[in-house]
Design a protein around this ligand. Sequence first.
Ligand SMILES: Cc1cc2nc3c(=O)[nH]c(=O)nc-3n(C[C@H](O)[C@H](O)[C@H](O)COP(=O)(O)O)c2cc1C
Length: 147
Amino acid sequence: MEFLSGNFLIETIVPKDELIVSRTDLKGIITYANETFAKISGYNSDELIGKSHNIVRHPDMPKFIFKNMWSDLHTKGRWSGIVKNLRKDEGFYWVYAEVSQVFRNDKLVEYKSIRSPISFQDKKNYQLLYDELRERNNEVKRIISYK
Ligand SMILES: Cc1cc2nc3c(=O)[nH]c(=O)nc-3n(C[C@H](O)[C@H](O)[C@H](O)COP(=O)(O)O)c2cc1C
């Protein structure tokens, strides 16, 4: 990923009283995005719908976390964790995400995710943890360091 602007340093804060909601098909293609998701990610809802959910994947996220998410979704039907996401303008936002299955007439048809804000301390801890996980797996390095 190439950063052409300075926005990669700019965090968008998820308001305490709002939830970011999306649904995907079974392959992770976005089928629904609420207003808050659009606002916080910097996209319009119609730019999000039909795209893979990795449209908001941030390069700071270790690959392992999403492998784990998909494997838990398949085996346990749910996953929760802390995610740093990428905005359209290359800024970022942190969330606590709960991902789960959606059934219609007893048939698994979609996945949904509901996300809420996390504390500053959690952001610091998870940034360092994810930096370490990427380093351990020889993944992309972060350009700036908070250490
Ligand atoms: C309901 C649902 C919500 C998801 N939300 C996010 C998200 O907010 N950010 C993200 O990077 N990946 C999210 N994913 C995982 C992506 O589909 C994708 O696996 C991930 O971004 C890694 O990209 P890759 O699979 O192309 O490596 C979500 C998946 C599902 C099923």
